[in-house]
Design a protein around this ligand. Sequence first.
Ligand SMILES: [Zn+2]
Length: 501
Amino acid sequence: MPELSKPYRILVARFCHESHRLNPRPTDEELFVVERGHDILRTPAGVLKGLTDTLAAAGANIEPVFSANGGAGGLVDHDFYVRMREELLVAVRRIKPDAIGLDLHGAMGTTETPDAEGDLLQALRHVVGPNVPIGIGLDLHGHITPRMLDNTDICIACKENPHSDFVECGQKVAELLLEQLEGRLKPVTVSARVPMILPGAAETGSGPLAEIHAKAREYAAQQPSIKDISIYNVFRFTDDDEIGQVVTILSDGSGADTPSIAVDLATRFWVERERFKDDLLTVEEVFERVRSSPDKRPFAIGDMGDRVAAGAPGDGTILLSAALDGYPELSGAVPITDPVAAAQAIEAGVGATVKLSVGAGFTPGFTPRLITGRVEHVSDGNFVVAGIVGRGDPSAMGPTAVLRVDDRIQVLLTTKPADTTDPAAFTSQNVVIEDLDFIIVKSGFHFVANFDGLATPVLVNTPGVGYYRRNQFDYQKARFWPEHDIANPEITARQHSIGTS
Ligand SMILES: [Zn+2]
């Protein structure tokens, strides 16, 4: 990065949540980890880290406002969202920054609006006007709306699923913002949308998605004016107009070819749509595999239906019951969200034997499970993510108790939905994962990266709101394949201009 002509003042903030409309537990302030001011620069993670490290190295003046990270869960409490939005707007009016850099998720919805980022960015643009650059770095699981693109100069996503490149994404946002401030970049974004979701095969490292990403990199290498191509894995747990696969291209000036490139990449999704399928094991198949396979133990079993990482409550008991009732020779660890049972176990104290009904407190249709076990560990449930996805991020499971059942199954009773993408969720609770046959993780992709070398990953087909199945969810506004019969769609490119929505 060449030296800056002046020490620009760049306002930075992080406001991240992936909001699942069918998780009946709204995400309120208590479920967010919030830090303010310079505290957010002490150990930043992800996009925020890439942003702030790059800005600091370039000599820009960073004006940190807040970091609010809620992970994934039910719709964000609208009043909390509005308070945070207003806090940000007040800071913007006070600081009068030269540019704004934000770490957002891209699929935040509140109890009142399915497009929280669009609302936030429109409000910011209204305050700063058209000439203050706004740059955002997103999770690729975004619900990307025209309102978001019409109000940002730089809107780009991470490129990998599992998301091992959040830091690089933030770095790129910072570099592009500074290039724009220095007058060396006139960012123009075009987008193309396909009315479909990816029912499966959503990892970027293999299958049709790897091929489409490779084609995007090839286009970018051929055209120096292209600064970024972002390919979003549509977020399907919302119900809004125009949900679909989105491709965005950010170029320096309006390149004549970028609309046709966006359309070509988007069309590839439609052409390849039948290949986007997962290969999930049934509950019986997965435990049989654990029992009989010589592969490295433990097996990390991704509970797809109850994925906290996709916004599910994490209160499923089907895998716990299968392990207790059908596989007496297996040892394992099973996290379950249950604030009431966690409190009862903590109250009883370490060493006590308790009989508790656990799980099924939130997800409709789930069945609680009665267990008797010895309380072997209690804690505040706080840990720091160690693996590549989210490294350095504080994670809060809330008060947590570990119950040992049948002397072989450790049940982690958490107050909040636990992000078990990372081994630290278990090791922080004194669970020795290498001694176990299996651990249940409430994640579908990211755990594969964070448990690399520690466990054998498998995905299991379980009920719940964390996994898309045709006709399971009631969509009123959204129309997309394969939920609806869609004839060959007309895929067109749209150029975005600041402040037009
Ligand atoms: Zn994601």
